[in-house]
Design a protein around this ligand. Structure first.
Ligand SMILES: Nc1nc2c(ncn2[C@@H]2O[C@H](COP(=O)(O)OP(=O)(O)OP(=O)(O)O)[C@@H](O)[C@H]2O)c(=O)[nH]1
Ligand SMILES: [Mg+2]
Length: 445
């Protein structure tokens, strides 16, 4: 996420730290560099101008210049200001418990509304809500199918009516939710190529009919400032309570995330980080600022790990590690859990200090794929007792997994080393740290 911008900030801070002492001149130079980096990331120029002015003024204050660690203070200052322009603290959603809540999604064609509809439904279901999705995009027959497919996959009900108009569908969906005891209706609407009067009228009509608790503008983060300009137009016409920036897992430069609040007055609430329904994160401005500045985002990393693993199986795993019964099958299970958490380079980027090194490290996941293929070609007995894997078994496994005998030797050797290390680490870390120690190992190898 925002690798390019992160790299530029890294270079600016390095240069500043190299100066030893901060003076008016080198602060000005750094602020100029920050300004350029933000403009190149497609941040709105008015936002950049304001941002630079605030940073310049505060940096010249005695709290920064006269401190013992002026370089670090400058970084902190930029971090705080980045957090502020993205909206400060994340919002906690509190929906009504005594009636049906309604969320309406709107945005341009292909921005990710339908996907976001399913993502939000899943997100709020995890928090105890009973969502219903309303298929109000009646312009493309496939749109209703798309939502129904998502609903089936997630086991979330969809209200659709292929003969009715969007306004009537939205209203009927809310009635249906009331009858069916659903607590939240998420309305998927049609996207248009650009903002047009007909679309606005329809949206206004839907909002007047269902009186949404939240209206989210869904924008493709990859389109940068264009997304922000469209958001501003939408907001003037319909009024939003928040924005969802999608495709943040792509190579979005940061322009949309950093400008949208200042330009439209509406803060980003969620970000889309993948095509699948679990690819949604609550937007935390402070964590995002940390990520942009290469300070890592350990809180999000821990949250992802918790979501991907269940307590029961991690307890079982710790027991196995302690008794030195850890097998290749367990190793495979762990690898798959890590994969569930996202791409390896994304995860590494969240570790403080790693952010800017990851992009050079060329972590492409092919190693994980190879290991998975090798272990999958082994019999259960081989996974349990790797010692029985002799020359002819190795040949069979190599053939089955499309790898070489050397690859298998390498994996077995690594696994052996890992077990030895684990034994040592469990002794040091004691009972509770064993699982964490093991996760560290798999990430490094
Ligand atoms: N990588 C990535 N892809 C996404 C994300 N959100 C949506 N997509 C993809 O973007 C494409 C469009 O998504 P949709 O949800 O169909 O967009 P839409 O706004 O409903 O489109 P229309 O209904 O045609 O206006 C699909 O291929 C999605 O898989 C995301 O966060 N990350
Ligand atoms: Mg759609």
């Amino acid at each position: 996420m925002f690798e390019d911008l992160a790299g530029k900030f890294d270079a600016i801070f390095k240069k500043l730290r190299g100066r030893g002492k901060l003076t008016a001149e080198n602060v000005s130079e750094a602020v100029r560099d920050v300004k350029r980096a933000l403009l190149e990331a497609d941040v709105n120029y008015k936002v950049v101008k304001k941002f630079a002015a605030v940073v310049q003024e505060k940096a010249m204050g005695s709290a920064v210049i006269d401190s013992i660690t002026p370089g670090q203070q400058f970084v902190k200052l930029v971090h705080d200001e980045l957090t502020a322009i993205m909206g400060g603290a994340a919002r906690a959603y509190k929906f009504h418990t005594n009636r049906v809540n309604v969320v309406v999604l709107a945005g341009l064609q292909g921005s990710g509304k339908t996907t976001a509809c399913a993502k939000l439904a899943l997100h709020f279901r995890k928090q105890g809500h009973r969502p219903l999705m309303a298929a109000c995009d009646t312009y493309r027959p496939a749109a209703v199918d798309q939502l129904e497919t998502l609903g089936r996959a997630l086991n979330i009900p969809v209200y659709a009516d292929r003969k009715a108009k969007p306004l009537a569908i939205a209203a009927a969906a809310v009635d249906e939710a009331r009858r069916g005891g659903q607590s939240l209706v998420i309305v998927d609407t049609a996207g248009r190529l650009h903002v047009d009067a007909g679309m606005m009228a329809e949206l206004k009509g839907i909002c007047a009919a269902v009186k949404p608790d939240e209206t989210f503008f869904v924008a493709d983060a990859m389109t940068g400032q264009d997304a922000v300009n469209v958001a501003a137009e939408f907001h003037r016409e319909v009024g939003f309570t928040g924005a969802i920036l999608t495709k943040m897992d792509g190579d979005a430069r940061g322009g949309a995330a950093l400008s949208i609040l200042d330009v439209t007055g509406v803060a980003v609430q969620f970000i889309g980080v993948g095509e699948k329904p679990d690819g949604l994160e609550l937007f935390h401005p402070e964590r995002m600022a940390s990520r942009i500045l290469g300070m890592g985002d350990i809180v999000s990393l821990v949250e992802r790990a918790q979501e991907a693993s269940d307590l029961e199986s991690s307890k079982k795993l710790e027991k196995k590690i302690r008794r030195n019964l850890f097998t290749l099958q367990d190793f495979l299970d762990q690898l798959r859990q890590i994969k569930k958490m996202g791409s390896l380079s994304d995860l590494l980027a969240m570790i403080p200090g790693m952010g800017n090194q990851v992009k050079d490290a060329q972590i492409d996941g092919t190693m994980m794929v190879k290991i998975e293929a090798i272990i999958c070609s082994m019999t259960p007995r081989e996974r349990d007792k790797p010692l029985i894997i002799d020359g002819s078994r190795k040949k069979r496994i190599a053939l089955g997994s499309g790898t070489t005998v050397q690859d298998i030797n390498k994996l077995l050797k690594q696994f052996d080393n890992m077990k030895t290390m684990m034994k040592r680490m469990t002794k040091i870390a004691g009972k509770r740290g064993a699982g964490a120690a093991m996760r560290n190992l798999t990430l490094k190898d």
